[in-house]
Write a protein that binds this ligand. Structure first.
Ligand code: HEM
Length: 287
């Protein structure tokens, strides 16, 4: 009896170890730490963000979710996608459209700034949607479970740091049809674990999950670079405006100086004239 109980427990542990959700979490652990510690994510965590950073992030997220959700939709009935297909609960594209429209107005599409790293990420999503739909779970896990975890805290920080009111510009962080993110994550993990994969496919999914984190890290780094470049340009512009003002002062100083020099030479010329007149007068007198 005791031996049977022991066997079941061992089997249970073995089954748990085989769970895709556990494996994926384990292989991406180190990548998660690196993603959390990118300059952009650290700035978010410290509440040290500005509107420009947030708007840039929204543009990139739009391109990423556009590719991810289009590929999930296209493969909705695929055996490896159907169990984790939750467009109503998780879909982010409409929320992102709403946020972008809030900040950029109706013609937000024309104002999109998307770095190359984001385009590469979207390109990879489209590639696996066509060639390896079973890898989509790796990308869906990385984004959606992240949004339901640390993303919730980030949403509150963004709201506070940027002083956004009534949820305006924050639709991305809100999942109105998910009552409990924790319970939903549990459901999602059990659905992930129900996907049947060959050993090769499983290895491919785990590799793809690490790659998904890598894509996110590259996007964050490039966005942060864009922000730094634009901040440097702004500083340079301000410096230029300042140095343009300074020569004005010099010009006016030098013109003042030259006008005073002119008046000095005029005075000297006048004095010379008086002396000459006196000398001539005295000379005439002497004769
Ligand atoms: C400011 C940065 C971040 C913070 C503070 C943060 C924090 C967290 C926390 C507290 C959890 C819950 C851990 C647990 O339930 O055991 C979590 C889970 C997760 N995060 Fe993040 N995170 C951040 C960035 C990211 C990024 C950039 C991604 C990916 C793009 C990501 C993807 C995930 C995923 C997939 C999970 C679910 C892990 C699992 O339960 O299997 N996170 N995060």
């Amino acid at each position: 009896m005791e031996a049977d109980k022991q066997k079941v427990q061992t089997e249970k542990v073995q089954v748990t170890d085989r769970d895709l959700s556990e494996q994926i979490k384990a292989v991406t652990k180190e990548s998660h730490v690196r993603a959390e510690n990118t300059e952009l994510m650290l700035a978010f965590q410290r509440g040290n963000i500005n509107l420009q950073q947030y708007k840039l992030l929204l543009c990139s997220l739009y391109k990423i979710y556009e590719a991810l959700e289009e590929e999930l939709d296209r493969n909705a009935s695929h055996d490896s996608v159907a169990p984790i297909y939750f467009p109503q609960e998780l879909g982010r594209l409409e929320a992102l459209k709403k946020d972008l429209e809030h900040f950029h107005g109706q013609d937000w599409r024309k104002k999109m700034i998307v770095p190359a790293a984001t385009l590469r990420y979207a390109q990879r999503l489209r590639e696996i949607g066509s060639e390896h739909p079973e890898y989509l779970v790796a990308h869906a896990y990385t984004r959606y479970l992240g949004d339901l975890s640390g993303g919730q805290v980030l949403g509150r920080i963004v709201q506070k740091s940027l002083g956004l009111k009534n949820g305006e510009g924050l639709a991305f962080f809100s999942f109105p049809t998910v009552n409990s993110p924790n319970l939903f994550k549990q459901l999602y993990r059990s659905r992930m674990n129900s996907i049947e994969l060959t050993e090769t496919q499983r290895e491919g999914v785990l590799e793809e999950a690490v790659r998904a984190f890598e894509f996110n890290i590259q996007v964050f780094d490039e966005l942060q670079n864009l922000v730094s470049i634009s901040e440097k340009n702004e500083l340079r512009q301000r410096h230029k405006a300042h140095t343009l003002k300074t020569p004005d002062v010099r010009v006016s100083q030098s013109s003042e100086l030259s006008s005073s020099l002119t008046s000095t030479s005029q005075l000297l010329r006048m004095l010379l004239g008086v002396c000459l007149a006196l000398a001539v007068g005295m000379g005439m007198y002497a004769f």
